[in-house]
Design a protein around this ligand. Structure first.
Ligand code: NAD
Length: 541
């Protein structure tokens, strides 16, 4: 550290802009979207601070207009991955020794670049690549990413200031060393903020990183790289590679210097990665840290004291914003028989007002799902529900992939609480509802707890404090993020640290100091002022 105990700015959440008619931000985003949609961008990899091209190029197309090509990206071969690893290890010599305040300066600057000059660009890229509405892009790419960068700097200083007690005879200190070797970030398509945060928070703590973004998020990943570069992340500290995930991962995990995996994505992939790391455990120089946030089968439970309109609004926002492609999206609901008719009436009425289409038209609430594979999978479930005697589709159920991968917000009501869409993560705009007898509230808690392997998010709607308390206790292990009278989505950095247990992940809470602690290896230093000159203790005399 330099000469002073420096204080960092107190982190504040970035305000969400409205994009209402007549606002400057609305004009800016429309212009940025049009410009980027009609350009033909070339996206190289980013290794050792250099743009790296290969002979293997792939096209980029928006999910809502899949015949339109907006650019190309370059895919890695094994040599690129090996270069990214050796570059990172070389960069570590300087980066791991850089005083923390210099690292903080870089990432605080990155936060202001996201919130300011890059705001329209990162939002427009997220609208194009991931088909987010402007509001969904704003809360993710602009605000959550800015929040991660700001809050992580503050959390880092809180960690560093956590020091042991000392005595007059000896001074005890802990230094929070970065991990030895290099770390590996694998990120999902659905949040630009997560894509940026996973490599950034490891680098902030002094680590060097190989980052592999999702193929479906590369357009917005490119904006993140431009921001890191402009903020002053030195060459080799964060290296970005695209391409075959298995080849890239095999190469990374084969290195004895691999020291940590920061993953967000699906559960099966994460478990497979854990297994691969375990199989190679004897080859590593250190025990790799493994952090993974994965799938969910998130629930809404309404008690018969709940206000029906609040329940239907929670279902619509929780299940259908971003087409249900949030790990936290509500995808199963348990509603009481007595108030179901009223909730149903509101739900169907409200859903009939939702418009679907390209995010370029700002009045659309629902856009396309991410790719054809996902579209086909979701459609299979809808078709099976149409044929099942246990399921009844009461809203939506239509789809069309001729121009983009559009699926209507779909509500299935089932008489079987273990119907297939009650337990599996579909990652699309479908919610399945089970109606319970009002008197079975307590046993419904048990049903919710036991139905799925996941435990990510969940919500209780009720105005009865005894029912709320019963749900809080009965569902203690069913969700890592639990909401009372709110939808189960929309966690805010610094306010609701995010993550779930069971099959949903290691629950290391993105957007908290707990997560950052996984990327350091503390060293305890004891300094004794007057050392003994005689080995004998008094009891020996
Ligand atoms: P995904 O698992 O398909 O892909 C995630 C990343 O893993 C991508 O970069 C992908 O290329 C890579 N990958 C895929 N197969 C791989 C393999 N065999 N080896 C190594 N890497 C591989 O997930 P997705 O579709 O991008 O994202 C959706 C999933 O992510 C959902 O399950 C969702 O619940 C989860 N998610 C969880 C959280 C959370 O905080 N819990 C947040 C966002 C998303």
């Amino acid at each position: 550290m330099g000469k002073g105990f420096f204080k960092v700015p107190i982190a504040k959440n970035e305000p969400v802009l409205t994009y209402a008619q007549g606002t400057k931000e609305r004009e800016n985003i429309i212009n940025a979207y049009k410009g980027m949609f009609n350009s033909n961008i070339e996206i190289p990899m980013f290794i050792n601070g250099e743009e790296v091209k290969s002979t293997n190029k792939e096209t980029l197309s928006p999910p809502h207009d899949h015949k339109k090509i907006v650019g190309y990206y370059h895919k890695a071969d094994k040599d690129h991955i090996e270069e990214a690893i050796s570059t990172a290890i070389e960069a570590r010599k300087l980066w791991a020794n850089l005083p923390w305040e210099q690292r903080a300066g870089i990432f605080l600057k990155a936060a202001e670049l996201v919130a300011g000059p890059y705001r329209s660009k990162i939002n427009a890229a997220t609208m194009i690549a991931q088909s987010k509405t402007v509001h969904q892009a704003e809360i993710d790419a602009a605000c959550e990413f800015t929040d991660f960068l700001r809050f992580n700097v503050q959390f880092m200083t809180e960690i560093y200031s956590d020091q042991p007690q000392s005595t007059n005879q000896s001074w005890n200190r802990i230094e929070y060393r970065p991990l030895e070797g290099f770390t590996y970030a694998i990120t999902p398509f659905n949040f630009t903020a997560i894509a940026g945060n996973l490599p950034a928070c490891m680098a902030l703590m002094g680590n060097v990183v190989v980052w592999k973004p999702s193929d479906s998020q590369i357009y917005s990943a490119k904006v993140i790289i431009d921001i890191f570069k402009e903020a002053g992340v030195p060459p080799g500290v964060i290296n970005v590679v695209y391409g075959d995930p298995e080849m890239i991962t095999e190469t990374v995990l084969s290195s004895p210097d691999f020291s940590g995996l920061h993953f967000t994505g699906s559960t099966f992939v994460f478990k497979d990665l854990w297994k691969k790391i375990g199989e190679r455990i004897h080859s590593y120089k250190t025990y790799p840290r493994i952090v993974g946030e994965t799938g969910g089968k998130d629930f809404i439970l309404a008690h018969n004291s709940a206000i029906s309109k609040q329940v239907s609004a929670g279902i619509i926002r929780g299940a259908f914003e971003f087409q249900g492609q949030k790990c936290s999206a509500a995808s199963r609901a348990y509603l009481p028989k007595s108030t179901w008719p009223e909730i149903k009436k509101n739900l169907i009425k409200e859903l009939s007002s939702i418009s679907m289409g390209s995010p370029e038209n700002l009045s659309n609430f629902v856009t396309a799902v991410i790719h054809e594979k996902s579209f086909d999978k979701i459609v299979d479930y809808i078709e099976r529900a149409k044929k099942s005697s246990d399921a009844n589709i009461i809203a939506g159920g239509n789809y069309d992939k001729s121009k983009g991968y559009f699926i209507e917000p779909t509500v299935i009501v089932t008489t079987d609480p273990h119907y297939e869409t009650m337990g599996k993560e579909l990652f699309g705009p479908i919610i399945t509802i089970f109606i319970y007898n009002d008197s079975a509230f307590k046993s419904t808690l048990e049903l919710i707890d036991k139905t799925s392997e996941y435990a990510l998010t969940g919500a209780i709607f009720s105005t009865d404090r005894y029912a709320i308390d019963m749900a809080c206790r009965g569902l203690r292990n069913a969700a890592g993020n639990f909401y009372i009278n709110d939808k189960p989505t929309g966690a805010v950095v610094g306010q609701q640290p995010f993550g779930g247990a069971r099959a949903s992940g290691t629950n290391d809470k993105a957007g908290s100091a707990q997560n950052l602690l996984r990327w350091v290896s503390p060293r305890t230093i004891k300094e004794t002022f007057i050392s003994s000159e005689n080995y004998r203790y008094p009891f020996l005399d």
